[in-house]
Write a protein that binds this ligand. Structure first.
Ligand SMILES: Nc1ncnc2c1ncn2[C@@H]1O[C@H](COP(=O)(O)OP(=O)(O)OP(=O)(O)O)[C@@H](O)[C@H]1O
Ligand SMILES: [Mg+2]
Ligand SMILES: [Zn+2]
Length: 254
């Protein structure tokens, strides 16, 4: 048995990471993992050293987006070696890489998940990173809160779709960030509109400008809006999200 991960172990590893961003949402299925992946690609294309911590233990989807379902974690003197993405060499760590079979369901209770997150934070051999993106479990309940507390991100990005985007959702996210003394970097409005492939006309199915309105109200940044994009969906399904060309985070100042 290895000894338990201590706060010092975690600090030592996190100190080698320039900036940690947690990606959170009020609800599941709004595009957290997609945004995490797109942010990682955005930075990697700038030549930054990037890692992704898939902290969604109950529904890990980062490996699938990058075609890494068969990834396995190797153990070296440095610790648990992350799996590298094919094109950009983004370092990925996911519970998926430790499960015997892809279908193995993760039926874990909160404290176990918290313990595993600490294992990841204290033992993964990221080396020096410019950015670590953390894909949080959905919601603003205990699980994401615990992850935030342990991973101590420098900032959080809130992801929402227009349907889910309400004052209550934004308030909850802000409260969670405050509880963990994390800055809110801003809101991403995902699946904001549909662009006609023929004439380029944009249709805002659930109304335009919700995110920027809420951002103004709560004095946080409106980061970007991402359309419903069949190319993005296709490449994600094929495990080739790295090949997706548009960069929706061009003006993200971090
Ligand atoms: N802008 C988009 N255009 C088209 N499809 C999208 C877009 N964003 C996300 N999707 C698709 O929607 C589904 C849900 O996205 P994703 O897995 O990123 O959400 P999530 O918030 O991480 O979900 P979960 O709560 O299950 O972790 C995926 O199939 C994804 O490919
Ligand atoms: Mg997800
Ligand atoms: Zn048209």
């Amino acid at each position: 048995m290895q000894k338990r991960v201590t706060d010092e172990d975690i600090k030592e590893r996190l100190d080698k990471i320039g900036f940690r961003i947690a990606v959170m949402s009020g609800k599941g299925g709004v595009g957290k993992s997609t945004v995490t992946a797109l942010l990682a690609v955005h930075y990697a294309k700038q030549g930054k050293k990037v890692g992704i911590l898939d902290a969604d233990f109950l529904g890990p989807s980062i490996p699938h987006l990058f075609g890494l379902e068969k990834g396995k974690v190797a153990v070296s003197d440095e610790g648990l070696e992350p799996v590298l993405t094919q094109r950009l060499g983004i370092k990925v760590m996911s519970i998926q890489f430790l499960l015997p079979k892809r279908e193995t369901p993760v039926i874990w209770r909160g404290p176990l998940i918290a313990g595993m997150i600490r294992e990841f934070l204290g033992r993964v051999a990221w080396g020096e990173l410019d950015y670590l993106l953390i894909d949080l479990p959905p919601g603003t309940g205990d699980a994401p809160l615990t992850v935030m507390q342990d991973a101590k991100p420098n900032g959080a990005v809130i992801v929402s779709t227009p349907q889910e985007l309400t004052a209550a959702v934004v308030e909850k996210a802000i409260t969670m960030a405050e509880q963990t003394k994390t800055a809110v970097l801003g809101i991403v409005e995902n699946m904001a509109y549909f662009e006609c492939p023929n004439c380029g006309e944009r249709t805002y199915l659930f109304g335009e400008g919700k995110a920027s309105e809420l951002a103004r109200k709560y004095k946080i940044e409106f980061i970007t809006e991402i359309p419903i994009d069949s190319d993005l969906l296709k490449l994600s399904d094929l495990g080739r999200v790295e090949e997706y060309e548009p960069d929706w985070f061009e003006f993200f100042p971090y």
